[in-house]
Design a binder for this molecule. Structure first.
Ligand SMILES: [Zn+2]
Length: 382
């Protein structure tokens, strides 16, 4: 499904065609928010991958493989971070792929990273050692990067300890073991990703969430997709704390699919700060939107559009708004979701199908179902 970048000029069109004038205050605030320039670029680096599996242990017949745990945490972290405004989030790897440490840093540099957050799990010879810690850059060569990294590390560690309840092993830096130095003679950082990132001009931290070598840590924090999601969410909240991010107020479509009976099912996550919602639709190429449905209940998160016709490409848009003392105001808009309703196939329908209604589109189900699945798998955890 094609995703079209939201343009706030649409709001003006929408207002024009619906005859509703949004309250000045909300309109101005929303416009400023969306037009905010230069998002913060956060690169998440799920440690290990491919033949480099990282730490691995089996507890209670369950295999804890660090490379997979790290990737699940990173995907969850990205998903959570993207709920905030003004961020662009990248992963150094999205599959089970080996990447050298230098490659991870150069990937981040290429994406113009402001931060690199490396996501790992720890291991020790003793199975009794447990807990979380975060490594940050030392103060050598560029003290400001050291300071920024330290602040970031503290924010993440704080969330891991407070939100997830992991044992607090603190935040720390680690100096080069072989006394290697930066060009200004200050002692180098031990970890290649931290050192490389510092030289590339941005702070990197290494989050060691829990010990794969400790059965309690595994069971409590790494033992299910939901537990890994919580770790990723805690990382995201820590990063958001550090950057002072605010949650995106816009609602967001989670899936728009053509059902077998020819209806269109729309599901969404509501925005923040709103009371009511309106679903709009237009045929692709047209300028004005038509109101499809209005929802007084802010809890509504899905709708079935029974009026879609075959052979038409629709663009859907959901707006959340409030009505209050100061009148009407939009608080957020989804991106436009485009859905192609295939034309009725020739040789079927009119002659063979006695019902001959818009709702007997069974033949098209498969094609569009596929598009819907693609859409809903974006950023999906499992
Ligand atoms: Zn590791």
């Amino acid at each position: 499904m094609q995703r079209i970048k939201k343009a706030w000029i649409l709001l003006a069109l929408l207002v024009f065609f619906t005859g509703i004038y949004p309250g000045d205050t909300a309109y101005a605030a929303a416009t400023v928010k969306v037009q905010a320039q230069n998002p913060v670029v956060i690169v998440l680096d799920p440690g290990h991958g491919g033949y480099d599996g990282g730490a691995c242990r089996i507890w209670g017949k369950k295999k804890y493989y660090e490379k997979n745990l790290n990737l699940s945490i990173a995907l969850a972290c990205k998903r959570e971070l993207e709920k905030y405004s003004g961020v662009k989030v990248y992963l150094t790897r999205t599959g089970d792929k080996y990447l050298s440490l230098d490659k991870r840093v150069s990937n981040a540099k290429q994406k113009k990273a402001d931060l690199l957050v490396c996501l790992h799990n720890n291991a020790a010879e003793s199975s009794r050692i447990r807990g979380a810690c975060v490594y940050y850059p030392n103060s050598g060569w560029d003290a400001e990067i050291g300071k920024d990294g330290k602040d970031l590390a503290r924010c993440i560690q704080n969330r891991l300890v407070k939100s997830c309840g992991i044992k607090n092993n603190g935040t720390m830096y680690r100096n080069s073991a072989n006394r290697s130095r930066y060009s200004d003679k200050s002692i180098a950082d031990y970890y290649q990703v931290i050192k490389g990132s510092k030289l590339a001009g941005f702070p990197a931290v290494i989050v060691e969430h829990a010990y794969v070598s400790n059965p309690e840590d595994c069971k409590q924090f790494l033992g299910s997709a939901d537990k890994l999601r919580k770790l990723g969410a805690a990382d995201a909240m820590g990063i958001a704390d550090y950057l002072g991010l605010v949650k995106n107020t816009d609602p967001e479509f989670t899936s728009v699919t053509l059902e077998e009976d020819g209806t269109v099912k729309l599901c969404w996550e509501p925005g923040l700060y709103y009371q009511k919602q309106i679903l709009y639709r237009r045929e692709s190429g047209q300028t004005g939107y038509t109101k499809v449905a209005a929802f007084e209940d802010p809890e509504v998160q899905e709708y079935v559009d029974t009026s879609a016709s075959p052979g038409i490409t629709y663009e859907y848009l959901l707006a959340s708004y409030y009505t209050g003392k100061h009148g009407f105001g939009y608080t957020g808009l989804t991106d436009i979701e485009e859905l192609v309703i295939p034309a009725q196939p020739t040789g079927e329908g009119e002659t063979e199908n006695p019902e001959n209604s818009d709702n007997s589109q069974n033949t098209q189900g498969e094609t569009v179902q596929e598009q819907g699945n693609q859409n809903s798998s974006e950023g999906n955890l499992t």
